[in-house]
Design a protein around this ligand. Structure first.
Ligand SMILES: [Zn+2]
Length: 262
């Protein structure tokens, strides 16, 4: 059945058949927003789709199962980055509504396993609100519908927790168990994935202010004149590969578990 892992590569009768095959549907949610002077604005959007793609291929190489990656949502909630040109933002309500209506469409057609894959902290509230509304609408369906939000900062998937020791030689940021926007760790992932789009000579290090450094949604121009935080100059492609492999391995495991449940 699987000529491609991408939802949009199939015709409607083929997608109808996927419904009967207990297929897991992944909806990547990214953001088109500034990532400091050294990284492209596609950073989150690219990683959302690539994470879905690589994890799907790994899971399918381990076990025969059906997974489809939907076209990603390229725009997110990025109001806190709007002081930096290039950023595009949706409102909280618009993003919630897009995720809700896209999810509603596939669930209406009978798909039973939906994963909303989010890589941008600013999207978190909208994505979870949409997942809650979908769960309320579809919870009573038989067979049951499973809706899961997966994010790269989740405790059971966070490579900073899982592979912290192997990342520590590269950067002190790993000791924080959290990633800052366009810091060493996020820069490392892009150096590994899209080195041709990174300009490491242009990155700027910014000391984190302890009282604000954990804030997910805070106007970034107040925190940094560059749009980036932490010490991106520590980033290496080697550290990026460690993080990326961990992310892919753990999301693939999650897909394998999901495939085995009703
Ligand atoms: Zn990012």
């Amino acid at each position: 059945m699987s000529k491609s892992i991408f939802y949009s590569d199939y015709s409607w009768p083929e997608l109808k058949e996927f419904v009967s095959l207990d297929t897991i549907i992944i909806l990547p949610v990214g953001s088109t927003e500034q990532h400091g002077p050294g990284l492209p604005i596609c950073t989150d959007d690219y990683m959302a789709v690539k994470w879905a793609e690589d994890s799907t291929n790994l899971a399918k190489s381990k076990q025969s199962m059906e997974i489809l990656v939907m076209p990603g949502i390229h725009y997110g909630f990025a109001q806190h980055h709007m002081a930096f040109p290039g950023t595009i933002t949706l409102s909280f309500e618009t993003l919630k509504q897009i995720v809700l209506e896209v999810g509603d469409s596939v669930l209406t057609h009978g798909f039973k396993k939906l994963v909303i894959l989010n890589v941008h902290g600013g999207n978190r509230n909208s994505v979870r609100a949409a997942a809650t509304d979908l769960a309320m609408k579809y919870a009573r369906r038989d067979p049951p519908v499973r809706i899961r939000v997966v994010e790269d900062c989740d405790g059971d998937i966070n490579p900073l927790v899982l592979d912290r020791e192997s990342l520590l030689p590269f950067t002190k940021e790993a000791a924080r168990n959290g990633m800052v926007h366009s810091g060493a760790l996020e820069t490392a992932k892009m150096l590994y994935l899209r080195p041709e789009l990174c300009d490491i000579g242009k990155v700027k290090d910014v000391n984190l202010q302890p009282n604000r450094s954990g804030a997910e949604i805070y106007p970034y121009d107040v925190l940094t004149p560059y749009g980036a935080l932490g010490k991106p100059s520590d980033a290496t492609a080697e550290a990026g590969k460690i993080m990326w492999d961990a992310l892919v391995l753990h999301f693939a495991d999650m897909l394998l578990k999901m495939a085995g449940t009703r």
